[in-house]
Design a protein around this ligand. Sequence first.
Ligand code: ATP
Length: 314
Amino acid sequence: MGHILLAARAKVNLTLDILGRRPDGYHEIESLMQSVDLADTVRISHGGPGIEILSDSPDVPADSTNLAAKAALALATSCGARLGARIQIRKRIPVAAGLAGGSADAAATLLGLNELWGLGLTTGQLVEIGARVGADVPFCLTGGTAVARGKGELIEQLPPLEGVWFVIVVPRIKVSTADVYRQFDDLPTTRRSSTARATDSIWAGDIEGLAKALGNSLEAVTARRNPEIARIKEILLARGALGSVMSGSGPAVVGLVRSRDSALRICKEISSSQIAGAFATGARVFVCSTATAGVRVEERECAGRGEELAWWVR
Ligand code: ATP
């Protein structure tokens, strides 16, 4: 095989409960996660020596600190392989938004290289390696609808969530995940758990119940410094979303709706300059459906050098 092309999908946290701090410094979480059809494209071909990263986004590092490079190195190390690769990333998932774009690229890299290098590792083995790269990588490898526990590495798959669409609003504010967790630790503990109720609603196929159960322990922290978060939620709910919640450490805010038409209508309305100006100039708005997997292989091909170069301009 010359190259493999993968869709690396974003995730949203429909719930995120922080249960405590672990002795290893990580937080113990319980989170209902959902893959959505907003995806980066990751193209992996033979290359080297070493791992080469190319990206069309100035916001992601093109060196060994890129999560895709870290995943490739972790995989090579765990297999004792001394193989190279060229990894090209076309970014569509907003960076540092709480949508796990970096983890999605890492997951796609693990799945893609497992095939390209002919390693034959199981998903379980890839999940173990992925957990060392980032807390969201295990979910991104399996994806769909699932509850993540531990620091994110213990995945319980749920039935696919159907008949639901999301409007995702990403305001142009910078949020550091590490800072948000640090500030959360300093807050007086008001532990709230949403995951059990949300999970029950999924098993019961009760979308209204799910919409009411959405919740994120980190939201109060990010919203305290960024009033846009509460404002976006208000706007989404006022325009007909059944429920709304911040994803991850933010700043992306998700509105849950029942149909594609409602999602498109809300997207159109809040993209109008008047309303966008009310919460943040330059906020990006996406309409997404649910996806049943985190990574999808789009193409496997024997490719020549000409085809490889042409990929960027396609
Ligand atoms: P987290 O909640 O895990 O911090 P996030 O979803 O909020 O993740 P990402 O888009 O994964 O945010 O980016 C987080 C950081 O990781 C950014 O500072 C970015 O520069 C860095 N990064 C490294 N590799 C990548 C990648 N392939 N795609 C996006 N960001 C990457």
